[in-house]
Design a protein around this ligand. Structure first.
Ligand SMILES: [Zn+2]
Length: 142
């Protein structure tokens, strides 16, 4: 994270791990299966990718929920930690990654969301601490 994405700090790593655990929760909730099916019956690649983006942003939101509760119970958050997670979320947004790799971004090909969206949904989880507020599938705009 530090070398490749210029996103240093222990909490940048915690955010990435919490995001992956978020996917595990989505598996348990059956959400991943539903998204898999929706992607298969999508009319085109862009529509299929849009489902993926909502799944990934939900995992970001779950990571924020974890951070809020972990801090509440154990006071783990130190000064600068949230900023580390935000820097990481921004660095691994599809727009940032594509610009870094090819010099430009192709929104229809995004599968994880933009930097702004990833920061927004991590914050949504962090500020609410409620996975019910992470329903990225039933909001008009992500
Ligand atoms: Zn993911």
């Amino acid at each position: 994270m530090k070398d490749r994405f210029h996103a240093p700090g222990d909490f940048a790593q915690a955010y990435v791990i919490a995001h992956e655990i978020g996917h595990h929760i989505q598996n348990l909730q059956g959400i991943s299966d539903k998204v898999q099916h929706a992607r298969q019956s999508a009319r085109n690649e862009a529509e299929s990718n849009a489902y993926s983006v909502r799944l990934e942003l939900q995992a970001d939101c779950y990571a924020g929920v974890w951070a809020m509760h972990a801090d509440g119970e154990n006071r783990i958050l130190e000064a600068g930690d949230v900023e580390e997670a935000m820097t990481a979320a921004a660095a691994i947004g599809d727009d940032a990654l594509q610009k870094q790799a090819q010099g430009y971004a192709v929104p229809d090909s995004f599968t994880h969301g933009t930097s702004r969206q990833r920061m927004h949904w991590f914050n949504q989880g962090l500020n609410t601490g409620d996975i019910k507020k992470c329903d990225t599938f039933n909001v008009a705009s992500i």
